[in-house]
Write a protein that binds this ligand. Structure first.
Ligand code: FES
Ligand code: FES
Length: 160
């Protein structure tokens, strides 16, 4: 007979809304966001910490949500891609990604946007090198990165 799986009730704030849920101790944060909270904007590309598609901001720190257990986020404030726009409006990063053709299939885009947001939150006037370093944990198989870098620079410019 298999052992019962340990469960824990956690409370997290995601994009300003508080959720209380019972989760298995082994559940990854990315699966909690997507499957328990139905916030499927955060993507799963590899499940091994390599691609960055699952990037979210937890208590102000950019993290790969496939590398964190949901129970480790108990009490945390989390930002996901769903929180970027407001009242049906795109935020400047989303707008710039569209205008600069910074996406093709779009699979990497939520993670790219969150990495870019974390950068601009901390450094509103990044150099090109700083932008490239900020997205070095995010893999894009489509764009060649140039337009993504341009979009982030344009969003920084727009935010000034
Ligand atoms: S799904 Fe998390 S880094 Fe790829
Ligand atoms: S737009 Fe396709 S992986 Fe980046």
């Amino acid at each position: 007979m298999s052992e019962p799986v340990a469960q824990k009730t956690i409370s997290v704030e995601v994009n300003g809304t508080t959720y209380e849920r019972e989760v298995e101790a082994r559940r990854l944060l990315v699966h909690f966001l997507r499957d328990d909270l139905d916030l499927t904007g955060t993507h799963v590309g590899c499940d091994t910490g390599n691609c960055g598609a699952c990037s979210v901001i937890v208590d102000g720190t950019l993290l790969k949500s496939c590398m964190m257990l949901a129970i480790q986020a108990d009490g945390a404030s989390i930002e996901t891609v769903e929180g970027l726009g407001a009242d049906g409006e795109l935020n400047p990063l989303q707008q710039a990604f569209g205008e600069h053709h910074a996406l093709q299939c779009g699979y990497c885009t939520p993670g790219m946007l969150m990495s870019a947001k974390a950068l601009l939150d901390e450094n509103p006037e990044p150099t090109e090198g700083e932008i490239r370093r900020a997205i070095q944990g995010n893999i894009c198989r489509c764009t060649g990165y140039v337009n993504i870098v341009e979009a982030i620079a344009a969003a920084a410019e727009a935010g000034r």
